[in-house]
Each structure stands twice: as C-alpha cells, then as structure tokens.
Design a protein around this ligand. Structure first.
Ligand SMILES: Cc1cc2nc3c(=O)[nH]c(=O)nc-3n(C[C@H](O)[C@H](O)[C@H](O)COP(=O)(O)OP(=O)(O)OC[C@H]3O[C@@H](n4cnc5c(N)ncnc54)[C@H](O)[C@@H]3O)c2cc1C
Length: 541
C-alpha cells in the first residue's frame, strides 16, 4: 500500500483511531494511522467498557480478544457520606445488546487488542512516532503534513479523521476552538496497581465529602484507585507516588513495584460544535471530553467510530454523499452531549465536597429507593442516555407506523437458525446493512427488487414470530427465531414490515413491501447518493 495516497488518514492511534481503522480496514479501504507516541497509552485512563462498546468489538471481529482483557459483567456500588450503601447499579437482568453493561479492563490492553487487530489488514498501516502537523483540504481530498524523526512528508487522502485526543491539532485546523463547556476545577489522583487483594466483583464509588474516591477492581489482581485532590494539596511530580501510597493505605499495603501508572488529572467537560468540516472529521476526545464519573469517554469515542466507519465506507464507494456525512455530527453530538451532562451530574451528586449536599443526597437515596420504580431505575442504570438518536439517517422517525424501534439500536438476542443452532443476532446480520422481515414467512424478502439493497450489500433475514421455528433458509434469505424474546418485543409493532438495519445496528426505518419504492426513494435522498457512481476518493487522490 502506498502511504502517500490513501482513502482515509487517521491522526491518532488511541482507542478511537484504532477502532475506526479496524472498521475501515474490514471494508477494504486503504488507511494510514499516524500516532505521535511509540506505542499504546502509558497513562492511567479508561477502566471500563460498556455493552455497546463490546458489541462494536464483536462487529470488528475482536470479541474473543476483548473478552481476554475484560472482567465481564460487574456493577457499581455507590456509598454515602458515612460509608452506607446507597445503591447498586447492575444493569438490566437480561443483557440488551448481547453483552454485560459494565466490563472493567485496562486501557492499554484494550488499545493493544485494537492495534493487533489491524495486522489482519494489509490495506491498513500504522506509523508510530509520526505526528500530523497541519492540513489543507479542497473539494477532492485532504493534504496533510506529517513529521517523524527522520522526515517531513505529505499525504493525500480522500478523508481525514482527527482522533488525536483532547489537544487535537485537527480540531484546531477545522476551526472548532474553543469547544463549548467548561474545565473542571477538580484535580484527581489516578492510580493503577497490581497484586491487589480486593475480591469485590463491583466498582465502589465513595461519596465521602472529605475525600470522594473510586475503586474499580479489575482482572487478575489489577485495581484502579481514584481520589479527589484538595486545592491545598500540591504534590510535586517526584512526590506523587508517596502521596498516592498515603491515600491508598486504608485499602492495601502498596509496594512501589505494584504501581503500574500514577498521575494527577484535571478533567474537562467540553464538546465541539461541529464534528465535520468538508472532508475532515473529528472523533473521540478530539470532539468531546468529559469527567470519568460515568465511565463514558472511551465508550463515546468507540460510538463515534462505529457511527462514522460505515458512513465513510458508503461515501468512498460512491453510495452516499454529503447528506449522509452530515448525519455524523447530527447523530453523535446530541448523544455525546447527554453523556457529558450525565458525567457532570454524577460527579456533582456522588463526588460532592459539601457535607450539606452529601447529607441531602443520602436522604434522597434512602427515600427514593422506597418509591415504586425508582429502585429498578437505579439498579438497571436507566439514567444512562439510551442508544437512540433523535434525527439522522432515518426514514419515518417518530411516525407511529414506522415503529418505536426506528432511531434506536436493535437489541441483540441469541437466535435459533433454521439448522437449530443458537447464535448471536449480529453474527446473522453480518457487518453491513440488513433487512429483517418480521412475520410468519420470508416471502416478502424475495419480493424486494430495488437495486439499492444490492448496492448496500444488505443481508436479508426473516425473523419468525410467535415462538415459531425458524423457516428453512431460501436462496436469498436466512431465517431465525428469537431465543431470548428481546427482539420480538422490540419489533412487536412491526409485524408484516421490513426493518432496515444499519451497519451500526440502528433501525433506519421500516416499510410494508408494497411501499418499497417510496421508502427506497426517501432513503436514497437521505443518503445523498451522488449523481455519478464509482469511488469519489479513489478517483480524486
Ligand atoms: C482517569 C480517567 C478514567 C477514565 N475512565 C474511563 C472509563 O472507565 N470508561 C471510558 O469510556 N472512558 C474513560 N476515560 C476516558 C478515556 O480514557 C478517553 O475518553 C479515551 O482515551 C479517548 O480515546 P481517544 O482515542 O479518542 O483519545 P486518546 O486516547 O487521547 O488518543 C489520542 C491519540 O492521538 C495521539 N495524537 C495526538 N496528537 C497527534 C498528532 N498531531 N499526530 C499524531 N498523533 C497524535 C496521542 O498521542 C494519542 O495516542 C477515562 C479517562 C481518565 C483520564
């Protein structure tokens, strides 16, 4: 692969950039990732991924490798000022997306899984110790100046994605400074250790106003400690380790060799106004930053990558245009803003330094837990913004006839295929678009004739309803029955209709077979399909 002309240049080899490179690599595009550091992150950062992120890792074909680095299916206990249990967030009893809602892990190990995943793709190259310095763009592509130890060189790309973290050069280059939001005045000490003897299978958030703190138990004796640092505490760089050892003393004896990483952070709550300018995009921390109290920074970066990967693929193949690319900001910005608000709220409530507010919080939890519905709401962590978009690449969003699922991520149950095997739904749907016929028979799928389905490579899947056995596969479609009942519930109002599922598993719309032409026309409009076909970027660069 020539590194001077690529389909997509990704600046930043953190989790967001590497995840996107895996997605684009699987779609067959030429991708160059440049990363200024020599390898994976050395600072203590993300410590848990959620069910949506696990599903994305599954879509990237990296599920087994990811399972090897997470502690699956834990929860979080929140404690009040006097150490009393306020609530235990465990997530829903039935996994919605096929994976547990909370999975502690080590940031560097997850990043290594993503980096190793790229070895599968001869069309993807990662250059470490290489920095993106500047960029210019025109209607046909982007030209970026790169700097490495021994050379300065230029790359021409169809699209450029800045996944270059909180101090993003790409964000500045596309005029997205300053971001909207605020810097948190709080500083936190963050410490990763090994040889820990905690045996709790849950994270612990202590709302002690004297010293708010978090403990997240990981795999194989790993543990994360986070402590609020008071304003008067100003350890010098060479004093940070002994400061950390003092703070952690109530929990364990700590030998300095048990410390893997240790640093003091200041957190931010910021979101860029636009995530796209022309052929340049920003993703992950480059586009948004949040305090870690809801554990959603990396998860949000992975959501960006899951959202953007297939959109760039369609654009590169000439199957979509500006209209689709605009939906990246349209869909992701409101969702990630809701995550930022949740993180701020959780910090303000659980990590308050005011003893008055802490007492009020503890009383509110005691009373609230007794109210019908509140306990379930907290236990199932329904306060987390759902995987739902309010606008974007959707047809008939909000219209009753389209079904309530449109705009939302489909659940992922296990399904029984026509051969009687139990498999995950996504393994049946495949990596691209899918058409699901909900009903007694797969016949409706055979009738669909629009060339768009072929261009999108949409798989046809019949979902048998009423606990019937899956029908026999036909030449054009596979049949499955929902073994867990989740998808049947979500699509209950779509019986007799075809549901269009996007590669990121969101329901894009639904139609009755006789309305196929009108639906396709509306979908094509939203895709912004350019008049000519063929790969824009491949021709341009
Ligand atoms: C204490 C703490 C705890 C956290 N806990 C969680 C959690 O539990 N769950 C969660 O989801 N999130 C958590 N987060 C947030 C999470 O770590 C970040 O959101 C995530 O790392 C962002 O990933 P990214 O790839 O977008 O950016 P980064 O990880 O910052 O990666 C950006 C990369 O770009 C490189 N780069 C920068 N500029 C250039 C350039 N010009 N050219 C080339 N390369 C460049 C950098 O070297 C870096 O490797 C936590 C964060 C902190 C600090």
């Amino acid at each position: 692969m020539s590194c001077d002309r690529v389909d997509v240049l990704i600046a930043g080899g953190g989790p967001t950039g590497l995840a996107l490179a895996n997605a684009l690599g699987a779609f067959g595009h030429d991708v160059l990732v440049v990363e200024q550091d020599p390898g994976v992150a050395e600072l203590p950062r993300a410590v848990s991924i959620d069910d949506e992120a696990m599903r994305f890792m599954q879509a990237l074909g990296l599920l087994e490798a990811t399972r090897g680095v997470v502690l699956p299916g834990t929860g979080t206990k929140y404690f009040g000022a006097a150490g009393q249990l306020l609530m235990y967030g465990r997530g829903p009893a039935r996994a919605r997306y096929g994976h547990p809602i909370k999975n502690p892990m080590d940031h560097s190990e997850l990043q290594q899984v993503l980096l190793d995943g790229l070895r599968r793709f001869p069309n993807v190259e990662v250059r470490h110790l290489t920095r993106l310095v500047s960029l210019t763009q025109d209607g046909e592509g982007v030209t970026a100046q790169l700097d490495s130890a021994d050379a300065t060189w230029e790359v021409r790309a169809g699209y450029l994605v800045g996944a270059d973290g909180g101090r993003s050069t790409v964000r500045t280059a596309i005029g997205q400074e300053p971001m909207s939001g605020s810097a948190f005045e709080e500083r936190w000490l963050v410490l990763d250790t090994v040889n820990d003897t905690h045996d709790e299978r849950f994270a612990m958030h202590y709302g002690d106003p004297q010293r708010p703190r978090v403990i997240v138990v990981g795999r194989g004796g790993r543990c994360r400690y986070e402590f609020l640092v008071h304003d008067h505490e100003r350890p010098r760089e060479d004093e940070v380790v002994s400061f950390a050892m003092d703070l952690v003393r109530p929990y364990r004896a700590l030998d300095p060799t048990d410390i893997v990483r240790c640093t003091i952070y200041r957190f931010y709550a910021l979101v860029a106004d636009e995530f796209r300018r022309g052929r340049v995009f920003i993703a992950g921390d480059a586009a948004h930053m949040m305090p870690p109290f809801a554990g959603q920074g990396l998860n949000s970066g992975l959501r960006d990558a899951f959202n953007l990967g297939w959109k760039l693929d369609l654009a590169l193949r000439g199957n979509a245009g500006d209209r689709l690319l605009d939906t990246y900001t349209e869909e992701r910005r409101p969702h990630v803003s809701a995550m930022v608000r949740l993180s701020i709220r959780m910090g303000a409530v659980m990590m308050t330094r005011s003893s008055v507010r802490a007492r009020a919080r503890d009383c509110a939890f005691m009373v609230g837990q007794r109210l019908p519905g509140v306990q379930g709401f907290l236990r199932e962590m329904r306060f987390k913004p759902p995987a739902t978009y309010e606008s974007g690449l959707f047809v008939g969003l909000g219209a009753e006839s389209s079904g309530a699922a449109v705009g939302s991520m489909l659940v992922q149950p296990r399904v029984v295929d026509a051969g009687g095997r139990l498999v995950d739904l996504d393994d049946v749907l495949g990596g691209g678009f899918a058409l699901i016929a909900v009903g007694d028979s797969p016949a409706a799928l055979d009738e669909l004739s629009a060339p768009l389905w072929q261009r999108l490579g949409a798989r046809r899947v019949h979902l048998a309803v009423d606990d019937r056995l899956a029908a026999r596969d036909t030449l054009r479609c596979v049949s499955v029955a929902d073994a867990d009942g989740l998808l049947g519930e979500q699509l209950a109002d779509l019986r007799g209709r075809i549901v269009v599922v996007r590669p990121d598993r969101f329901a894009a719309g639904s139609f009755v077979p006789s309305d196929e032409a009108a639906f396709v026309s509306a979908l094509e409009q939203r895709l912004g399909v350019p008049a000519r076909s063929g790969s824009i970027a491949r021709e341009a660069v």
